[in-house]
Design a protein around this ligand. Structure first.
Ligand code: NDP
Length: 264
């Protein structure tokens, strides 16, 4: 039997819902899990590694949490994770498709002195980001939709980025995140007949390891000076956006930009 989706102020009651977050062991994913845990959700951490330890940390904070490792780029790993979740916790009600990586670089790099090309974005650099950030969303979104359709409804929150508009130095990342935004809009239409809402979030620059460690420090400093609110976003602000989407039935078929006003 599927779970009931009782209307609460026109939205979903988070208490007792099964909430899966890919890439949930740290960063935005972990913050979103904690926010849903605070509201009585049953949390499932699905990271490439360390899911059990992250779940233990969440349990120590008083939340109901289970950890199941899952590599979102591998079909067998994703299918198996969803089977384990259904068996151990129950069918997924809210799936936040958050796992993502950065491998920034210019399409081509030019040496002015020699007039020759000195570097190119490698196929590996392109493919690795497409695999995690786009194929990973396809695979986890597909399995979530299948489980939700059988259970009578649900909510999928794909995590895109303001880079979806096309950010120089991020051919791979921007292409993947634009693809995620397109999937959000089309899945909302395809899946509405199963009572599944699909609403994405496109964060701006948020203070997580991805930004603080993986981004070029000079580029980050330049970006920071262009954020209208004058600071990086915080993970709890993105988590709050996800909770707002869950609690509001009107939110489907769009990608909410939570960016402090940055324009790309
Ligand atoms: P982090 O790098 O802090 O966390 C990403 C998590 O995803 C890590 O735990 C990572 O695991 C996991 N992961 C990576 N590859 C896989 C995989 N193949 N299968 C399962 N899990 C995987 O990133 P953020 O929290 O900053 O970002 C979360 C999401 O938000 C990403 O999709 C990102 O693109 C998006 N975003 C972030 C922004 C920001 O400013 N922080 C801005 C816009 C969008 P591991 O540690 O093993 O690599």
């Amino acid at each position: 039997m599927g779970r009931k989706f009782l209307p609460l102020m026109g939205g979903m009651e988070i208490k007792d819902q099964v909430i899966l977050v890919t890439g949930g062991a740290r960063g935005l994913g972990f913050a979103m899990l904690a926010a849903f845990g605070e509201r009585g959700g049953r949390l499932v951490v699905c990271d490439r590694a360390g899911s059990a330890a992250a779940a233990e940390t969440l349990r120590a904070q008083g939340y109901d949490a289970t950890g199941i490792d899952c590599n979102v780029t591998e079909e067998s790993s994703v299918v198996s994770a969803f089977e384990q979740i259904a068996a151990q916790v129950g069918p997924v009600n809210i799936a936040i498709l958050n796992a993502g990586i950065l491998r920034d670089g210019l399409l081509i790099r030019f040496n002015k002195a020699t007039g020759k090309i000195k570097g190119k974005m490698s196929l590996e650099q392109w493919q690795s980001v497409i695999d995690v950030n786009l194929t990973g969303v396809f695979l986890t979104g597909r399995e979530a939709a299948a489980q939700m359709a059988e259970a009578g409804g649900g909510l999928i929150i794909p995590i895109s980025s303001v880079a979806m508009h096309g950010n120089p130095g991020q051919s791979n990342y921007s292409a993947a995140k634009a693809g995620v935004a397109a999937l959000t809009r089309l899945w909302a239409q395809e899946l509405s007949r199963f009572k599944i809402r699909v609403c994405g979030i496109a964060p701006g620059f948020i203070a997580t390891e991805m930004v603080l460690k993986d981004m070029n420090a000079k580029a980050l400093e330049e970006w920071q000076s262009r954020i209208p609110i004058g600071r990086l976003g915080r993970p709890d602000e993105i988590a709050h956006t996800a909770v707002f989407i869950a609690e509001n039935d009107l939110m489907t078929g769009v990608v909410v930009e939570a960016s402090g006003g940055i324009k790309i």
